[in-house]
Design a protein around this ligand. Structure first.
Ligand code: WT7
Length: 643
């Protein structure tokens, strides 16, 4: 067991469901009963909430670890998010309210979104000859066209691979080449704290190294000048104006991939997680409706970017398949001032807010006067995702943002699970800050010891026992890695997290137990950063650790050994940090870079990161007697203090 699995806190505070929130206790216990009595029949019922053009013949075929859900069935995800609403009043309901960082507001009704998606789908097929199964990379800011692009791909059966706009050219290259995408959809740029991020110029650098790409489609968003390579680069709006043709949704098989989404693992190479159409969409629709207690009048705001799984499932597929109105905000929470979120909530009368603990802790630090400037009484439900939420931040969120009137859903899940696995369903029972809660109806979770023994009261490793519809179907091009990462340790799915449970099966997630960091709710592998560091010419060797950070949850500390004779110049640390930002993206920037003559190693040459972590955090380093070079401990301590 690693040190991460010791409970961080004992939190016995129970918060009752706020009096004004309708009780869902009865309906929720019905669901739990149904799911427990016949799990597959339960999932059949959830899948029936979607529109299928051909019904499935088998609910689940399970050849561990490969699942096939709703085999034989055919459906289209774009049809289920758009066309299904065209025959009802939802047609004229707002699908998207978008606010740009500069304050511009654009609204799309479901009919308008349908029109643009169906026309863009026609462009994909008729102009670019995109076929079912082709991969398309989407590298856009958080603008409505990102959703249009995703749904247009889904409509024609193309597999989208959305790459977060904060990733660098070389990260983009890796993801394009791994997926062998044919097309990139990007924008001239995006806004971040008032300045323009030149996405198109990053794409220009990237496609030089990507033979599979034949064309680049560019959304004009910032309007600044970009190079357009004739015959390769095309203007989105001009393309759209070439057609009024509504391309019909192609019925896809339930198991056809809907998308690939890259996420970091314990090696230097990101994993292309594959999600399929029928199972993924079943869980996306079901879990959104249930966890957010979605009502037709809700104005729902999940603040995630579409570049992450949260943006896929809880910005796009879950809410739109339920006919909800979603809020999209392009920019930073502190631009132009630190009350931007609260202003948006008031301006658009947001009823559900789903955000990350790192944001909540930043808001807390900025001060109560920012939310107090605005009337937040439209809010009725709050959510948290991405990392454990500490009880102090939970209570602040409950009190200052929810005004003691909104339940909080702390939702545990991962890119690989496709959708929420654990939470306390709102209105169903009292909440315990720090505890995510219970497995959703239909999902079975067990906490296991190192040796695979079930723990009913205490801490261990978080596993998912039975297959579930939105489970990852594999890693693009690397089934071996899929098996070894998730399925070799136990019979069940191993998530890589430590967790504690009490006899009532309420789960407290404790964080990663592998070499994966969670910085501001974003997953990043230590190996990925280390391999970027050693690509920097002056660096010979590197070891990266995550230390506790008040706002970001974890911060990255890099220990590096310089090549023989390379001087430590005053600007070297900044140069290294910039290098990492250019190699991976700003999310992977180390907070500090320590230049050390050596790293603590065992006699077999293994770097002991546990010791580095202890030193960087100023916490006990534990046993260091197995080190081949014990003197380095004091030397590194001095370096850290001098810094
Ligand atoms: C990892 C997954 C799920 C979408 C966002 C991140 C951590 C996520 C919680 C939570 C404690 C959480 C886990 C998990 N995590 N939600 N509510 N409580 N930890 O997706 O990038 O795939 O990262 O985020 O460590 O394994 P991701």
């Amino acid at each position: 067991m690693t040190e991460n699995t010791t409970p961080r806190l004992s939190e016995d505070r129970l918060i009752n469901v706020p009096a004004g929130f309708p009780s869902t206790h009865y309906a929720v216990s019905q669901l739990f009963t149904e799911a427990a009595s016949d799990r597959l029949a339960f999932w059949d019922n959830q899948a029936r909430q979607l529109k299928w053009t051909t019904p499935w013949h088998t609910t689940l075929e399970w050849n561990r670890p490969f699942a096939s859900w709703f085999s034989g069935g055919r459906l289209n995800a774009s049809e289920n998010c758009l066309d299904v609403h065209m025959a009802s009043d939802t047609r004229n309901k707002l699908a998207v309210i978008w606010e740009g960082e500069g304050g511009a507001i654009t609204r799309y009704t479901y009919a308008e979104l349908h029109d643009e998606v169906a026309r863009f789908a026609s462009v994909l097929v008729n102009t670019f000859n995109i076929k079912p199964g082709d991969r398309v990379t989407i590298y856009l800011p958080l603008i409505p066209q990102a959703i249009v692009a995703m749904l247009a791909c889904a409509r024609v059966g193309a597999i989208h691979s959305v790459v977060f706009g904060g990733f660098s050219a070389s990260s983009l290259i890796d993801r394009i080449n791994d997926s062998q995408s044919r097309l990139v959809i990007t924008a001239d740029g995006g806004y971040r704290r008032g300045s323009v991020v030149g996405l198109k110029s990053i794409v220009d650098q990237a496609v030089e190294c990507c033979d599979s790409i034949s064309a680049v489609i560019v959304v004009r968003h910032t309007g600044h000048d970009v190079t357009m390579v004739s015959g390769r680069d095309f203007d989105y709006t001009e393309l759209l104006h070439t057609t009024h043709d509504h391309y019909p949704p192609i019925p896809m098989s339930s198991e056809d991939p809907l998308f690939i989404l890259y996420t970091s693992g314990t090696t230097g190479k990101p994993k292309g997680i594959i999600h399929t159409t029928g199972g993924y969409l079943t869980h996306a629709k079901y879990s959104t409706a249930l966890v957010f207690d979605l009502k037709p009048v809700d104005i729902y705001w999940c603040t995630a970017d579409v570049g992450w799984i949260t943006g896929h499932t809880y910005v796009v597929y879950g809410p739109l398949s339920n006919g909800a109105t979603i809020m999209l905000y392009e920019g930073a929470p502190d631009y132009p001032d630190k009350d931007r979120f609260w202003q948006i909530i008031n301006r658009h009368k947001i009823t559900i807010l789903y955000t990350a603990p790192t944001a909540i802790r930043a808001f807390m630090k900025w001060g109560d006067h920012y939310p107090h400037r605005h009337d937040l009484s439209s809010l009725r439900l709050l959510g948290s995702v991405g990392e454990p939420i500490n009880p102090e931040a939970w209570m602040w969120y409950f009190r200052e943002i929810g005004r003691n009137q909104c339940p909080i859903v702390d939702t545990w899940w991962q890119t690989e699970t496709g959708g929420i696995m654990i939470t306390t369903l709102p209105g169903s029972e009292p909440m315990r800050p720090g505890y995510a809660g219970k497995a959703l109806p239909g999902i079975t979770i067990e906490i296991l010891s190192d040796t695979g023994v079930r723990i009913q009261n205490g801490s261990g490793l978080l596993t998912i026992t039975d297959p579930w519809p939105s489970m990852a179907r594999g890693i693009w091009g690397d089934n071996e890695r899929f098996i070894s990462t998730y399925w070799s340790r136990f019979n069940s799915y191993f998530a890589g997290d430590g967790a504690a449970t009490d006899p009532e099966q309420s789960i407290m997630v404790l964080g990663r137990v592998d070499d994966v960091l969670n910085v501001a709710g974003h997953r990043i592998g230590t190996m990925e950063i280390e391999s970027a560091l050693v690509d920097f010419n002056p660096i010979a060797e590197a070891a990266v650790v995550g230390i506790t950070d008040d706002i970001k949850g974890q911060a990255i500390i890099a220990f590096t050994i310089l090549k023989e004779g390379h001087p430590i110049t005053p600007t070297l640390e900044a140069e290294v940090i910039n290098w990492v930002a250019t190699s991976i993206g700003a999310i992977a920037k180390p907070k500090r870079v320590i230049f050390t003559p050596d790293l603590p190693k065992t006699r077999s040459g293994k770097i002991m990161r546990r010791i580095l972590k202890g030193l960087a955090e100023g916490s006990p380093i534990g046993d260091s007697t197995t080190l081949a070079n014990p003197d380095i401990v004091e030397a590194i301590k001095d370096l850290l203090n001098k810094h």
